[in-house]
Design a protein around this ligand. Structure first.
Ligand code: NAD
Ligand code: FE2
Length: 389
Protein backbone atom coordinates (compact mmCIF):
# COMPACT_ATOMS: atom_id res chain seq x y z
CA UNK A 1 0.00 0.00 0.00
CA UNK A 2 1.70 3.16 -1.18
CA UNK A 3 -1.14 5.67 -1.12
CA UNK A 4 -4.89 5.87 -1.35
CA UNK A 5 -7.78 8.18 -1.99
CA UNK A 6 -11.28 7.59 -0.73
CA UNK A 7 -14.57 9.26 -1.55
CA UNK A 8 -18.10 8.62 -0.43
CA UNK A 9 -21.47 10.19 0.31
CA UNK A 10 -21.11 12.75 3.10
CA UNK A 11 -24.19 11.97 5.18
CA UNK A 12 -25.94 8.69 5.83
CA UNK A 13 -29.11 8.01 7.81
CA UNK A 14 -30.03 4.40 8.46
CA UNK A 15 -33.22 3.88 10.45
CA UNK A 16 -36.62 2.32 9.75
CA UNK A 17 -38.91 5.20 8.76
CA UNK A 18 -36.00 7.44 7.74
CA UNK A 19 -37.58 8.36 4.41
CA UNK A 20 -39.93 10.68 6.32
CA UNK A 21 -36.90 12.93 6.95
CA UNK A 22 -36.68 13.75 3.25
CA UNK A 23 -38.52 17.10 3.39
CA UNK A 24 -36.33 18.43 6.20
CA UNK A 25 -33.16 17.25 4.48
CA UNK A 26 -34.04 18.77 1.10
CA UNK A 27 -34.74 22.06 2.87
CA UNK A 28 -31.34 21.86 4.55
CA UNK A 29 -29.78 21.34 1.12
CA UNK A 30 -31.51 24.51 -0.09
CA UNK A 31 -33.97 22.83 -2.47
CA UNK A 32 -37.48 24.22 -2.86
CA UNK A 33 -38.50 22.41 -6.07
CA UNK A 34 -37.75 18.71 -6.18
CA UNK A 35 -37.94 16.04 -8.87
CA UNK A 36 -38.31 12.53 -7.43
CA UNK A 37 -37.06 9.83 -9.81
CA UNK A 38 -38.58 6.40 -9.36
CA UNK A 39 -40.07 3.45 -11.28
CA UNK A 40 -43.67 2.33 -11.88
CA UNK A 41 -43.38 -0.70 -9.57
CA UNK A 42 -42.13 1.31 -6.61
CA UNK A 43 -44.76 3.97 -7.30
CA UNK A 44 -47.58 1.42 -7.47
CA UNK A 45 -46.58 0.00 -4.10
CA UNK A 46 -46.91 3.49 -2.64
CA UNK A 47 -43.40 3.32 -1.18
CA UNK A 48 -42.63 7.03 -1.65
CA UNK A 49 -45.72 8.16 0.30
CA UNK A 50 -44.01 9.07 3.59
CA UNK A 51 -41.26 10.87 1.67
CA UNK A 52 -43.76 12.77 -0.47
CA UNK A 53 -45.78 13.75 2.63
CA UNK A 54 -42.63 15.11 4.24
CA UNK A 55 -41.76 17.12 1.14
CA UNK A 56 -45.24 18.59 1.14
CA UNK A 57 -45.04 19.38 4.84
CA UNK A 58 -41.76 21.20 4.17
CA UNK A 59 -43.47 23.33 1.51
CA UNK A 60 -41.44 21.83 -1.31
CA UNK A 61 -43.03 21.71 -4.78
CA UNK A 62 -42.48 18.13 -5.96
CA UNK A 63 -42.79 16.54 -9.39
CA UNK A 64 -42.39 12.81 -10.01
CA UNK A 65 -40.63 11.06 -12.87
CA UNK A 66 -41.75 7.42 -12.59
CA UNK A 67 -40.79 5.91 -15.94
CA UNK A 68 -37.51 4.31 -14.88
CA UNK A 69 -36.88 0.87 -16.37
CA UNK A 70 -34.38 -1.74 -15.25
CA UNK A 71 -30.93 -1.26 -16.79
CA UNK A 72 -32.01 2.21 -17.89
CA UNK A 73 -31.39 3.21 -21.51
CA UNK A 74 -30.11 6.68 -22.43
CA UNK A 75 -33.49 7.89 -23.62
CA UNK A 76 -34.87 7.66 -20.08
CA UNK A 77 -32.07 9.86 -18.79
CA UNK A 78 -33.00 12.49 -21.39
CA UNK A 79 -36.70 12.21 -20.53
CA UNK A 80 -36.00 12.61 -16.81
CA UNK A 81 -33.69 15.58 -17.45
CA UNK A 82 -36.49 17.19 -19.50
CA UNK A 83 -38.91 16.60 -16.59
CA UNK A 84 -36.45 18.25 -14.19
CA UNK A 85 -36.04 21.27 -16.45
CA UNK A 86 -39.76 21.61 -17.01
CA UNK A 87 -40.33 21.56 -13.24
CA UNK A 88 -37.37 23.97 -12.77
CA UNK A 89 -36.13 21.49 -10.16
CA UNK A 90 -33.40 22.69 -7.81
CA UNK A 91 -33.05 19.35 -6.02
CA UNK A 92 -33.24 15.69 -7.11
CA UNK A 93 -34.24 12.54 -5.24
CA UNK A 94 -33.48 9.03 -6.47
CA UNK A 95 -36.06 6.71 -4.94
CA UNK A 96 -35.87 3.03 -5.86
CA UNK A 97 -33.33 0.47 -6.92
CA UNK A 98 -30.06 1.14 -8.70
CA UNK A 99 -31.87 1.98 -11.93
CA UNK A 100 -33.75 4.95 -10.44
CA UNK A 101 -30.77 6.13 -8.40
CA UNK A 102 -28.45 5.97 -11.43
CA UNK A 103 -30.84 8.09 -13.50
CA UNK A 104 -31.24 10.54 -10.62
CA UNK A 105 -27.47 11.13 -10.51
CA UNK A 106 -27.30 12.11 -14.15
CA UNK A 107 -30.43 14.24 -13.85
CA UNK A 108 -28.82 16.08 -10.94
CA UNK A 109 -25.82 16.81 -13.14
CA UNK A 110 -27.52 17.50 -16.47
CA UNK A 111 -30.55 19.27 -15.00
CA UNK A 112 -28.31 21.89 -13.42
CA UNK A 113 -25.92 24.04 -15.41
CA UNK A 114 -24.27 21.12 -17.22
CA UNK A 115 -24.64 21.44 -20.98
CA UNK A 116 -22.39 18.48 -21.70
CA UNK A 117 -23.82 15.72 -23.91
CA UNK A 118 -24.24 12.38 -22.15
CA UNK A 119 -22.07 10.63 -24.76
CA UNK A 120 -19.06 12.69 -23.62
CA UNK A 121 -19.47 11.72 -19.97
CA UNK A 122 -18.88 7.96 -20.19
CA UNK A 123 -15.67 6.67 -18.67
CA UNK A 124 -13.73 7.73 -15.63
CA UNK A 125 -13.51 11.42 -14.76
CA UNK A 126 -15.04 12.80 -17.97
CA UNK A 127 -18.18 14.40 -16.50
CA UNK A 128 -18.17 18.16 -15.98
CA UNK A 129 -20.45 20.75 -14.47
CA UNK A 130 -22.12 21.31 -11.14
CA UNK A 131 -24.89 19.09 -10.01
CA UNK A 132 -28.06 19.88 -8.12
CA UNK A 133 -28.48 18.70 -4.52
CA UNK A 134 -29.10 14.95 -4.57
CA UNK A 135 -30.57 12.57 -1.99
CA UNK A 136 -30.81 8.84 -2.65
CA UNK A 137 -33.34 6.52 -1.02
CA UNK A 138 -32.57 2.91 -1.97
CA UNK A 139 -35.45 0.42 -1.98
CA UNK A 140 -33.25 -2.57 -2.81
CA UNK A 141 -30.19 -3.83 -0.92
CA UNK A 142 -28.58 -3.52 -3.40
CA UNK A 143 -26.38 -1.70 -5.71
CA UNK A 144 -24.93 0.76 -3.19
CA UNK A 145 -25.57 3.43 -5.81
CA UNK A 146 -26.51 5.79 -2.95
CA UNK A 147 -22.82 6.07 -2.04
CA UNK A 148 -21.05 5.71 -5.39
CA UNK A 149 -20.07 8.27 -8.00
CA UNK A 150 -21.10 5.79 -10.67
CA UNK A 151 -24.08 5.69 -13.00
CA UNK A 152 -24.61 2.68 -15.27
CA UNK A 153 -26.58 3.28 -18.45
CA UNK A 154 -27.49 1.00 -21.35
CA UNK A 155 -26.34 2.45 -24.66
CA UNK A 156 -27.51 1.24 -28.05
CA UNK A 157 -29.21 -2.15 -27.89
CA UNK A 158 -27.42 -3.80 -25.04
CA UNK A 159 -24.06 -2.32 -24.05
CA UNK A 160 -23.66 -1.02 -20.52
CA UNK A 161 -21.48 2.02 -19.98
CA UNK A 162 -20.56 3.81 -16.79
CA UNK A 163 -20.22 7.48 -16.00
CA UNK A 164 -17.71 7.52 -13.16
CA UNK A 165 -17.07 10.85 -11.45
CA UNK A 166 -16.94 12.28 -7.93
CA UNK A 167 -19.42 14.86 -9.24
CA UNK A 168 -22.07 12.13 -9.12
CA UNK A 169 -21.57 11.33 -5.43
CA UNK A 170 -24.92 11.99 -3.73
CA UNK A 171 -25.17 14.43 -0.81
CA UNK A 172 -27.21 12.16 1.43
CA UNK A 173 -28.15 8.46 1.59
CA UNK A 174 -31.40 7.67 3.42
CA UNK A 175 -31.66 3.98 4.33
CA UNK A 176 -35.16 3.04 5.41
CA UNK A 177 -35.69 -0.69 5.97
CA UNK A 178 -39.47 -0.24 6.04
CA UNK A 179 -39.28 0.32 2.27
CA UNK A 180 -37.73 -3.09 1.69
CA UNK A 181 -40.07 -5.23 3.84
CA UNK A 182 -42.19 -6.15 0.81
CA UNK A 183 -39.33 -6.68 -1.64
CA UNK A 184 -40.12 -9.97 -3.44
CA UNK A 185 -37.84 -12.94 -2.77
CA UNK A 186 -36.35 -12.96 -6.27
CA UNK A 187 -35.35 -9.27 -6.18
CA UNK A 188 -34.13 -9.58 -2.58
CA UNK A 189 -31.94 -12.54 -3.52
CA UNK A 190 -30.52 -11.07 -6.73
CA UNK A 191 -29.79 -7.63 -5.30
CA UNK A 192 -28.33 -9.19 -2.13
CA UNK A 193 -25.92 -11.33 -4.14
CA UNK A 194 -25.01 -8.26 -6.24
CA UNK A 195 -24.01 -6.50 -3.02
CA UNK A 196 -21.95 -9.52 -1.92
CA UNK A 197 -20.17 -9.49 -5.28
CA UNK A 198 -19.37 -5.80 -4.79
CA UNK A 199 -17.70 -6.61 -1.49
CA UNK A 200 -15.80 -9.64 -2.83
CA UNK A 201 -14.57 -7.90 -5.98
CA UNK A 202 -13.57 -4.77 -4.02
CA UNK A 203 -11.56 -6.92 -1.62
CA UNK A 204 -9.68 -8.69 -4.41
CA UNK A 205 -9.37 -5.79 -6.88
CA UNK A 206 -5.98 -5.50 -8.47
CA UNK A 207 -5.23 -1.80 -8.54
CA UNK A 208 -6.92 0.21 -5.85
CA UNK A 209 -7.26 -2.26 -2.99
CA UNK A 210 -6.85 -0.21 0.19
CA UNK A 211 -7.36 -0.60 3.94
CA UNK A 212 -10.54 1.52 4.08
CA UNK A 213 -12.28 -0.42 1.32
CA UNK A 214 -11.04 -3.68 2.82
CA UNK A 215 -12.58 -2.89 6.20
CA UNK A 216 -15.85 -1.85 4.58
CA UNK A 217 -15.94 -4.92 2.32
CA UNK A 218 -15.35 -7.27 5.24
CA UNK A 219 -18.12 -5.74 7.35
CA UNK A 220 -20.41 -5.64 4.33
CA UNK A 221 -19.88 -9.36 3.71
CA UNK A 222 -20.43 -10.15 7.37
CA UNK A 223 -23.79 -8.35 7.42
CA UNK A 224 -24.93 -9.61 4.02
CA UNK A 225 -23.95 -13.26 4.50
CA UNK A 226 -25.58 -13.40 7.95
CA UNK A 227 -28.88 -11.99 6.79
CA UNK A 228 -29.46 -12.93 3.18
CA UNK A 229 -30.99 -16.32 3.93
CA UNK A 230 -33.31 -14.78 6.53
CA UNK A 231 -34.67 -12.03 4.28
CA UNK A 232 -35.15 -14.53 1.44
CA UNK A 233 -37.22 -16.84 3.62
CA UNK A 234 -40.95 -16.49 4.08
CA UNK A 235 -40.59 -16.19 7.84
CA UNK A 236 -37.82 -13.60 7.67
CA UNK A 237 -38.94 -11.41 4.77
CA UNK A 238 -40.41 -8.83 7.13
CA UNK A 239 -37.64 -9.01 9.73
CA UNK A 240 -36.88 -5.32 10.10
CA UNK A 241 -33.50 -5.79 11.77
CA UNK A 242 -32.34 -8.22 9.07
CA UNK A 243 -33.64 -5.92 6.29
CA UNK A 244 -31.84 -2.99 7.89
CA UNK A 245 -28.60 -4.97 8.10
CA UNK A 246 -28.95 -5.87 4.41
CA UNK A 247 -29.35 -2.18 3.49
CA UNK A 248 -26.35 -1.28 5.61
CA UNK A 249 -24.28 -4.13 4.18
CA UNK A 250 -25.15 -3.17 0.61
CA UNK A 251 -24.22 0.43 1.33
CA UNK A 252 -20.88 -0.52 2.91
CA UNK A 253 -20.15 -2.71 -0.12
CA UNK A 254 -20.96 0.30 -2.32
CA UNK A 255 -18.53 2.45 -0.35
CA UNK A 256 -15.89 -0.24 -0.82
CA UNK A 257 -16.23 -0.82 -4.55
CA UNK A 258 -16.58 2.87 -5.38
CA UNK A 259 -12.97 3.15 -4.24
CA UNK A 260 -11.67 -0.33 -5.04
CA UNK A 261 -13.51 -1.18 -8.26
CA UNK A 262 -15.26 -4.37 -9.31
CA UNK A 263 -13.82 -6.71 -11.90
CA UNK A 264 -14.51 -9.79 -14.04
CA UNK A 265 -17.72 -10.98 -12.37
CA UNK A 266 -19.35 -7.70 -13.36
CA UNK A 267 -17.56 -7.58 -16.74
CA UNK A 268 -18.93 -11.01 -17.69
CA UNK A 269 -22.33 -10.37 -16.12
CA UNK A 270 -23.04 -7.18 -18.10
CA UNK A 271 -23.43 -8.88 -21.52
CA UNK A 272 -25.72 -11.48 -19.94
CA UNK A 273 -27.95 -8.74 -18.55
CA UNK A 274 -27.71 -6.61 -21.67
CA UNK A 275 -28.66 -9.27 -24.25
CA UNK A 276 -31.05 -11.41 -22.26
CA UNK A 277 -32.67 -8.89 -19.89
CA UNK A 278 -31.50 -10.82 -16.88
CA UNK A 279 -31.62 -8.65 -13.72
CA UNK A 280 -28.21 -7.25 -12.81
CA UNK A 281 -27.91 -9.17 -9.53
CA UNK A 282 -28.95 -12.48 -11.08
CA UNK A 283 -26.46 -12.15 -13.93
CA UNK A 284 -23.76 -11.56 -11.29
CA UNK A 285 -24.92 -14.62 -9.33
CA UNK A 286 -24.74 -16.74 -12.50
CA UNK A 287 -21.14 -15.71 -13.17
CA UNK A 288 -19.81 -15.50 -9.59
CA UNK A 289 -18.77 -19.12 -8.85
CA UNK A 290 -17.19 -19.58 -12.27
CA UNK A 291 -15.14 -16.39 -12.24
CA UNK A 292 -13.99 -17.14 -8.70
CA UNK A 293 -12.96 -20.64 -9.72
CA UNK A 294 -10.98 -19.13 -12.61
CA UNK A 295 -9.34 -16.61 -10.27
CA UNK A 296 -8.19 -19.33 -7.84
CA UNK A 297 -5.18 -19.84 -10.12
CA UNK A 298 -3.91 -16.50 -8.81
CA UNK A 299 -2.16 -17.16 -5.49
CA UNK A 300 -2.90 -13.59 -4.35
CA UNK A 301 -6.61 -14.00 -5.06
CA UNK A 302 -6.74 -17.42 -3.37
CA UNK A 303 -5.20 -15.95 -0.22
CA UNK A 304 -7.71 -13.09 -0.20
CA UNK A 305 -10.63 -15.45 -0.78
CA UNK A 306 -9.40 -17.51 2.17
CA UNK A 307 -9.48 -14.37 4.33
CA UNK A 308 -13.09 -13.78 3.29
CA UNK A 309 -13.96 -17.42 4.06
CA UNK A 310 -13.23 -16.60 7.70
CA UNK A 311 -16.03 -14.00 7.58
CA UNK A 312 -18.63 -16.21 5.91
CA UNK A 313 -17.69 -19.24 7.99
CA UNK A 314 -16.69 -17.86 11.40
CA UNK A 315 -15.03 -20.32 13.73
CA UNK A 316 -13.82 -22.58 10.91
CA UNK A 317 -10.12 -22.94 10.28
CA UNK A 318 -8.53 -23.97 7.02
CA UNK A 319 -5.38 -26.00 6.45
CA UNK A 320 -4.25 -23.82 3.54
CA UNK A 321 -5.20 -20.76 1.51
CA UNK A 322 -6.58 -22.94 -1.23
CA UNK A 323 -8.72 -24.86 1.26
CA UNK A 324 -10.08 -21.55 2.58
CA UNK A 325 -10.74 -20.23 -0.92
CA UNK A 326 -12.52 -23.48 -1.80
CA UNK A 327 -14.66 -23.15 1.32
CA UNK A 328 -15.63 -19.59 0.33
CA UNK A 329 -16.65 -20.77 -3.10
CA UNK A 330 -18.72 -23.64 -1.66
CA UNK A 331 -20.46 -21.33 0.80
CA UNK A 332 -21.30 -18.80 -1.92
CA UNK A 333 -22.76 -21.60 -4.05
CA UNK A 334 -24.78 -22.78 -1.03
CA UNK A 335 -26.16 -19.25 -0.52
CA UNK A 336 -27.14 -18.93 -4.19
CA UNK A 337 -28.86 -22.29 -3.89
CA UNK A 338 -30.62 -21.46 -0.61
CA UNK A 339 -32.01 -18.15 -1.87
CA UNK A 340 -33.32 -20.05 -4.93
CA UNK A 341 -31.59 -18.15 -7.69
CA UNK A 342 -31.01 -19.76 -11.06
CA UNK A 343 -27.59 -21.34 -11.33
CA UNK A 344 -27.08 -21.91 -15.03
CA UNK A 345 -27.09 -19.59 -18.03
CA UNK A 346 -29.33 -22.06 -19.89
CA UNK A 347 -32.05 -21.37 -17.28
CA UNK A 348 -32.27 -17.75 -18.50
CA UNK A 349 -32.53 -18.59 -22.19
CA UNK A 350 -28.85 -18.71 -23.15
CA UNK A 351 -27.52 -21.49 -25.35
CA UNK A 352 -24.12 -22.60 -26.54
CA UNK A 353 -24.15 -20.58 -29.73
CA UNK A 354 -24.67 -17.32 -27.80
CA UNK A 355 -21.42 -17.73 -25.88
CA UNK A 356 -18.96 -16.27 -28.45
CA UNK A 357 -21.09 -13.10 -28.61
CA UNK A 358 -21.08 -12.83 -24.82
CA UNK A 359 -17.31 -13.38 -24.64
CA UNK A 360 -16.73 -10.76 -27.34
CA UNK A 361 -18.89 -8.22 -25.52
CA UNK A 362 -17.23 -8.97 -22.20
CA UNK A 363 -13.94 -7.92 -23.77
CA UNK A 364 -15.43 -4.40 -24.17
CA UNK A 365 -15.56 -4.11 -20.38
CA UNK A 366 -11.86 -3.33 -20.05
CA UNK A 367 -12.67 -0.64 -17.44
CA UNK A 368 -13.57 -3.57 -15.16
CA UNK A 369 -11.39 -6.38 -16.50
CA UNK A 370 -8.19 -4.49 -15.66
CA UNK A 371 -9.15 -4.82 -11.99
CA UNK A 372 -9.40 -8.60 -12.03
CA UNK A 373 -6.74 -10.47 -10.06
CA UNK A 374 -6.15 -12.75 -13.05
CA UNK A 375 -6.04 -11.56 -16.64
CA UNK A 376 -9.13 -12.55 -18.64
CA UNK A 377 -8.64 -12.93 -22.40
CA UNK A 378 -11.38 -13.78 -24.92
CA UNK A 379 -10.68 -17.53 -24.72
CA UNK A 380 -10.82 -17.41 -20.94
CA UNK A 381 -14.15 -15.58 -21.00
CA UNK A 382 -15.53 -18.13 -23.44
CA UNK A 383 -14.43 -20.99 -21.19
CA UNK A 384 -15.97 -19.33 -18.13
CA UNK A 385 -19.28 -18.89 -19.96
CA UNK A 386 -19.14 -22.56 -21.06
CA UNK A 387 -18.75 -23.61 -17.45
CA UNK A 388 -21.61 -21.33 -16.41
CA UNK A 389 -23.94 -22.68 -19.13
N1 NAD B 1 -24.33 2.94 -9.69
C1 NAD B 1 -23.78 1.86 -9.24
O1 NAD B 1 -22.79 1.94 -8.55
C2 NAD B 1 -24.38 0.53 -9.57
C3 NAD B 1 -23.90 -0.63 -8.98
C4 NAD B 1 -24.50 -1.85 -9.30
C5 NAD B 1 -25.56 -1.87 -10.19
N2 NAD B 1 -25.98 -0.73 -10.79
C6 NAD B 1 -27.11 -0.71 -11.72
O2 NAD B 1 -28.32 -0.72 -10.99
C7 NAD B 1 -29.34 -1.35 -11.74
C8 NAD B 1 -29.95 -2.48 -10.96
O3 NAD B 1 -30.55 -1.98 -9.80
P1 NAD B 1 -31.41 -2.92 -8.84
O4 NAD B 1 -30.81 -4.27 -8.84
O5 NAD B 1 -31.53 -2.23 -7.54
O6 NAD B 1 -32.82 -3.07 -9.56
P2 NAD B 1 -33.82 -2.02 -10.25
O7 NAD B 1 -33.64 -0.64 -9.76
O8 NAD B 1 -33.71 -2.22 -11.72
O9 NAD B 1 -35.22 -2.57 -9.73
C9 NAD B 1 -35.61 -3.90 -10.02
C10 NAD B 1 -37.09 -4.12 -9.75
O10 NAD B 1 -37.33 -4.13 -8.34
C11 NAD B 1 -38.50 -3.40 -8.04
N3 NAD B 1 -38.37 -2.87 -6.69
C12 NAD B 1 -37.42 -2.01 -6.24
N4 NAD B 1 -37.59 -1.81 -4.92
C13 NAD B 1 -38.67 -2.53 -4.54
C14 NAD B 1 -39.32 -2.72 -3.28
N5 NAD B 1 -38.86 -2.15 -2.17
N6 NAD B 1 -40.38 -3.54 -3.24
C15 NAD B 1 -40.83 -4.16 -4.36
N7 NAD B 1 -40.25 -4.03 -5.58
C16 NAD B 1 -39.17 -3.21 -5.65
C17 NAD B 1 -38.56 -2.34 -9.09
O11 NAD B 1 -39.87 -1.85 -9.29
C18 NAD B 1 -38.03 -3.05 -10.31
O12 NAD B 1 -39.06 -3.71 -10.99
C19 NAD B 1 -28.66 -1.85 -13.02
O13 NAD B 1 -28.89 -0.92 -14.07
C20 NAD B 1 -27.20 -1.89 -12.64
O14 NAD B 1 -26.33 -1.80 -13.74
C21 NAD B 1 -25.42 0.46 -10.47
FE1 FE2 C 1 -23.31 -4.70 -9.26
Amino acid sequence: MTGLSFETTRRVYCEPGASAKLGTLMTELGAGRVLLVTDPGVMKLGLPQAALDSLQAAGIATAIYDRTEADPPEKLVHAAVAAAKEHRADGIVGFGGGSSMDIAKLVALMGGDGGQPLAEMYGIGNAKGRRLPLVQVPTTAGTGSEVTGISIITTGESEKKGVVSPLLLPDIALLDADLTLGLPRGVTAATGVDAMVHAIEAYTTKHKKNPISDALAREALRLLSRNIRTVCSEAGAKDRAARSDMLLGAMLAGMAFANAPVAAVHALAYPVGGHFHVPHGLSNALMLPHVLRFNLESAAAAAQYAELAGILLPGKSFASASAGAGALLAELEAIIDDVKLEKQLRQVGISHNHLPMLAKDAMNQQRLLVNNPREVAYDDALRIYEQAL
